[in-house]
Design a protein around this ligand. Structure first.
Ligand code: NAD
Length: 431
């Protein structure tokens, strides 16, 4: 921990412990329940679970926000590979915790940044809210296999009073909020169809998934059991550990790795629930060394009477005319009265929200310049503001549930060569 900065800028909890009287007593009793409120001017402490590519990136962005005057402090780091944990702790002057529960017990940590492999997120998010922490959880919310955990994590986080933001940072882009307002105001009429997708070449994470040390063995420097979590028990394999994205025990390929970015804004804009049915097609068409598909396409039918297509491959990243939106595939939202999308103006090179009336619709075409863009600091800022106001962040827990359940339905449908259905009463996926 950065003791020098602590002494200059007391943390919220150091204030709580030195303040007297009723107010401090009240706060302390809440603290005992793990429910410390964050005041308007309190400095928010961040702890990092996962110090790989994404965790390090978040730490860098948050350090930048702090240096620009945001009231945050980078407090602690935890990772199952000690050299990465120590490297991030040294770089950002953090306390290093080898055991996750020690980081979660640190009273200076207000919010936990979860940037571990996909299959670890859900349980860590539960652990974090049980420890009284607010959460920034990287996407996907859960692993494709974890149908029950998706429900449990949603329920546990939902019934806590903790603030949860899923790391689909695209939702910090104001464009989706403007488009959602158009749809709510009836511009496209009754929604009936939507398409979106994600296209890129390769997918190796922020750091290219290097094997840091091919000779490492589980022990003091590497906690293989904690990495495995609820995944099938296997003997240690350095490739599985460092290149987990290639393996279906820990990853799902585009459906859960990339489509959260594409689908979340669409589900948000259309304000739809969980699909009634899902199908998917795809396979390993370019990268035979992987277990997970590199190409995946899915169709979702919603009880709101609309179909949603999510398309993608990691074998081509041609963005065509539609540059904005995750992976270069802008959503097209079609209603009875017309289609709403966002696309670049070839003259100004700036993006515009574009509404094209459907044949016969008595509506005018619309083109509106888009301000702003997708930004991880803005996504964090939204969470930090909500930690103070206790409002729901943009990528809230209920949105995470709706999106992840749809993705899991498509993943299971594809694996089984069947249609997946959602039993809304039981909140269960049936394949
Ligand atoms: N939102 C985005 O645009 C975006 C971008 C990149 C990655 N991500 C997500 O971030 C997550 C991490 O991806 P990455 O590229 O940083 O992977 P990575 O392999 O570089 O980092 C993961 C880290 O987690 C550690 N780890 C594994 N199990 C752990 C456990 N139980 N507790 C603590 N640490 C553990 C590993 O040692 C590793 O250092 C993924 O889920 C990925 O989908 C999101």
């Amino acid at each position: 921990m950065n003791t020098e900065s602590n002494s200059v800028r007391p943390t919220r909890r150091s204030f709580i412990y030195t303040a007297g009287g009723m107010a401090a007593g009240t706060v302390l009793s809440q603290f005992a329940l793990g429910q410390t409120p964050v005041g308007a001017n309190d400095r928010i402490g961040v702890g990092f679970l996962g110090c790989g590519g994404r965790g390090s990136y978040h730490a860098k962005e948050l350090a930048g926000m702090r240096d620009r005057g945001e009231a945050i402090e980078l407090v602690a780091a935890c990772d199952t590979y000690r050299p990465r944990m120590n490297a991030l702790a040294a770089k950002q002057n953090l306390k290093a915790y080898w055991a996750q529960q020690e980081l979660l017990a640190d009273a200076n940590v207000d919010v936990v940044c979860i940037a571990t492999p996909d299959h670890i997120h859900g349980q860590q998010a539960i652990d974090a809210v049980h420890a009284g922490k607010d959460v920034y959880c990287e996407k996907p919310f859960t692993h494709w296999r974890q149908l029950e955990l998706t429900k449990t994590a949603c329920d546990e986080i939902g019934k806590s009073d903790r603030v949860f933001q899923l790391g689909t940072q695209g939702l910090s882009d104001p464009v989706w909020h403007e488009m959602a307002k158009f749809i709510k105001d009836g511009l496209i009429g009754q929604p009936i169809h939507a398409e979106c997708g994600y296209f890129r070449v390769g997918d190796w994470g922020e750091r290219g998934m290097p094997i840091d040390d091919p000779n490492v063995k589980p022990g003091d420097n590497l906690n293989w059991d904690a990495f495995l979590g609820d995944a099938p028990k296997r003997d240690f394999d350095a490739s599985r550990y460092f290149r987990w994205r290639m393996y279906e025990d820990y990853s799902g390929g585009p459906v859960t790795d990339l489509f959260p970015h594409s689908l979340t804004p669409v589900v948000y804009m259309l304000n739809i629930g969980v699909p009634s049915q899902a199908v998917g097609l795809g396979g390993i068409y370019r990268y035979p060394e992987r277990e997970v598909p590199d190409t995946f396409n899915m169709l979702l039918d919603y009880p709101e009477k609309l179909t949603l297509a999510v398309l993608g491959t990691q074998g081509n990243n041609m963005q065509g005319a539609h540059g904005r939106g995750a992976g270069g595939r802008c959503p097209h939202l079609r209603g009875w009265d017309g289609t709403l999308t966002v696309m670049p103006n070839r003259d100004t090179k700036l993006d515009e929200i574009v509404f094209t009336p459907a044949e016969g619709a008595k509506k005018d075409a619309v083109r509106i310049r888009v301000e702003g863009h997708e930004s991880v600091p803005d996504h964090w800022k939204n969470l930090l503001d909500c930690m103070r106001s206790r409002e729901k962040p943009h990528s809230s827990i209920d949105l995470a549930y709706r999106v992840q359940t749809a993705l899991q339905m498509a993943a299971h449908a594809t694996r089984n060569g069947k249609t997946a259905k959602y039993d809304a009463n039981a909140r269960a996926v049936v394949v």
